[in-house]
Ligand binder design. Structure first.
Ligand code: NAI
Ligand code: MG
Length: 366
């Protein structure tokens, strides 16, 4: 009997629908070749949902997500909806509530620069002759962004403002288990990034990392202070495999890493919530690292690879179809090696084949 998975498809607005349509063709192809099926609930979100019924996250969309094993998300946002009240704007009214509703505490962002695209990286080519492939695991629902007390007051005749970096041990344990598990499926090297020489929350983070390491004896764990990590990412980017860190450090380091890898149109992301009982799989939401790219929407030129690789991450982390995920990753790498280029990654070299969104997906499928 064939394996069946339920997924919610939220294409959104901007380039979302174009890249999603092509990604679903890629999914059709791996389903056929790997013997499983997906039951897809396609629902409106963001600007598309506002245009339809006035709200960026309609109840029917949330309901479809609740019944699914994972959410494949396109992108939302654009000038058309910018003047709406904040709570019904595409991003604040849909993305953030979805993260909250599903307790998506782990943000996974692969920074990948394929060897043939190193020209797009600002890091000198000789530093990454074989490309670059790092997975950043960022804690998403704790730390200084959410800690209390937080505020501003008058003290001794002067205004002071304060934030609190707070972590529960259980929050650190669950994010570290995500990172160790991810490392097991990759190069088995994990760097935990903290500031344990200064911050109490980082001391607890480091102690907890050492404890959780006992559950994963095959993974080689090391530690870096965050300032040093920022430096090493530029100095020797290819020495990293998986990097795990708390919310604020991860916000900054993941953007640094995305920049080193070159093009936004190539980078997927995953936000993981609760683990499914008795498995190594998570409920998750998967989306490109970039936004809705209103400047190129509707032209059929957007790079669909970030969305296609987001589907691959969904297969790996939520559906347990890691062979199909491997097949997609390999097909994308071959497509790039074969010289297929959308506008965002083209150099104009005569060996390249310039393609649009549909033809790029076609090459991946082929
Ligand atoms: P953006 O990521 O949409 O675009 C930045 C630049 O990258 C643009 O020149 C765009 O054409 C290019 N780009 C992005 N994805 C591409 C792709 N797949 N292929 C080729 N080129 C690509 O960021 P921007 O312009 O700051 O934001 C545009 C809208 O998207 C805003 O409304 C913003 O709020 C929203 N946004 C939504 C996100 C989401 O849905 N998760 C995340 C980030 C921004
Ligand atoms: Mg950021």
């Amino acid at each position: 009997m064939s394996r069946t998975h339920c997924i919610a498809i939220l294409a959104g607005d901007g380039i979302g629908p174009e890249v999603m349509t092509q990604t679903l063709r890629v999914l059709d192809a791996v389903e056929a070749s790997h013997g499983f099926t997906t039951e897809r609930s396609e629902r409106l979100v963001g600007g598309a949902a506002i245009d339809d019924g006035g709200h960026p996250l309609p109840p029917a969309t949330v309901e479809a997500c609740e019944k699914s094993d994972a959410i494949l998300f396109g992108s939302v946002g654009g000038p058309k909806w910018e003047s709406l009240p904040p709570d019904i704007q595409p991003e604040r009214g849909a993305l953030l509530p979805l993260r909250k509703r599903f307790g998506l505490f782990a943000n996974l962002r692969p920074g990948v620069c394929l060897p043939s695209l190193t020209h797009a990286s600002p890091v000198k080519g000789e530093l990454i002759p074989n490309g670059f492939d790092v997975l950043c695991v960022r804690e998403l629902t704790g730390g200084v962004y959410f800690g209390t007390p937080k505020g501003r007051e008058e003290r001794d005749g002067e205004t002071v403002a304060f934030d609190t970096m707070v972590y529960k041990k259980s929050e650190i344990e669950r994010i570290l288990r995500v990172a160790f598990t991810a490392a097991m499926g990759r190069g088995k090297k994990l760097v935990s990034v903290d500031k344990a020489n200064v911050l109490a929350s980082s001391v607890l983070w480091r102690e907890t990392a050492l404890e959780i390491a006992n559950e994963f004896p095959e993974v080689e764990l090391s530690h870096l202070y965050v300032d040093n990590a920022a430096m090493q990412l530029v100095r020797r980017p290819d020495s990293f495999d998986v990097l795990v860190t708390e919310n604020l450090f991860g916000d900054i380091l993941s953007d640094e890493m995305a920049m080193i890898s070159g093009s936004l149109g190539m980078l997927p992301s995953a936000s993981l919530g609760a683990k499914k009982e008795g498995t190594d799989l998570y409920f998750g939401m998967y989306e490109p690292s970039g936004g809705s790219a209103p400047d190129i929407a509707g032209q059929g030129v957007a790079n669909p690879i970030a969305q296609i690789l987001s589907a691959s991450m969904m297969l790996r982390y939520s559906l347990g179809e890691s062979e199909a995920a491997d097949a997609i990753d390999a097909a994308v790498a071959k497509t790039i090696d074969d010289g297929f280029r959308t506008g965002d990654i083209a150099t104009g070299d005569p060996s390249e084949t310039r393609v649009g969104t549909e033809a790029m997906a076609g090459a991946v499928i082929a």
